[in-house]
Design a protein around this ligand. Structure first.
Ligand code: T46
Length: 187
């Protein structure tokens, strides 16, 4: 399995092997030993799947506060996304910095977004299906959001603001300054 630590090294891009033949393909999309070797070693308790019908759908930037902070292992089974992780851990040397990767059904890559990060993506194709494993259960009361195009973060989204398709909730999310103290950094 290909493993790449991104510019924020706690965020890891993995690409499991895919075995093709005349019938199609087979892939172990999650293997505990291989993911542990790659540095993704928290237990998962919930699988999520979302379908975004249009190109330009933006979901995020979201997280859940302790004790429900979530690590997420994100993959795309149809279409493509530009997946973003923002370091929200107060005291981190990369606090307020972001990394991104294109995940698609074609490249088969998965992104590990650790607890303490905000997560969001924009779809690059219509009818994009995203599946992700979470290390904590959903807790509506623990959910927090930061506006996707926050000027404090300066994320280089591959779409114009006017093209973004957002939920009502995401349209009114606060700036990143609201995230101070949400998470703390442990070396
Ligand atoms: C996240 C979640 C949502 N829901 C329900 C709550 C709403 O009735 C409905 C849609 O939720 P929401 O609009 O928050 O879905 P997204 O905008 O895709 O949120 C996700 O977007 C970004 C990319 C994330 O990383 C998070 O996993 C998550 O916040 O699903 C549940 O029942 N369980 C859940 O775990």
């Amino acid at each position: 399995m290909k493993v790449e630590r991104l510019a924020i090294p706690d965020v890891i891009l993995v690409t499991p092997p895919r075995f093709s033949d005349n019938r199609g393909f087979f892939s172990e999309t999650y293997n505990f030993d291989r993911m542990t070797e790659a540095g993704i070693n928290l237990p998962f308790v919930q699988d999520n799947q979302s379908l975004s019908c249009e190109k330009g759908v933006v979901r995020g930037l979201h997280c859940q506060l302790a004790p429900y902070e979530q690590g997420k292992l994100v993959r795309v089974t149809r279409g493509a996304i530009w997946d973003v992780a923002v370091d929200a851990r107060t005291g981190s040397p990369t606090y307020g910095q972001w990394v991104a990767a294109e995940l698609s059904a074609e490249n088969w890559s998965q992104l590990w977004v650790p607890p303490g990060f905000l997560h969001g993506f924009v779809t690059l194709e219509e009818n994009t299906e995203v599946q992700y494993k979470c290390t904590s259960l959903y807790s509506k009361v623990s959910e927090r959001a930061v506006i996707w195009n926050c000027p404090d973060l300066n994320i280089d989204w591959p779409i114009a603001e006017e093209e973004a398709i957002l939920s009502d909730k995401d349209k009114i999310a606060p700036h990143f300054s609201a995230a101070k103290g949400w998470f703390s950094y442990e070396k």
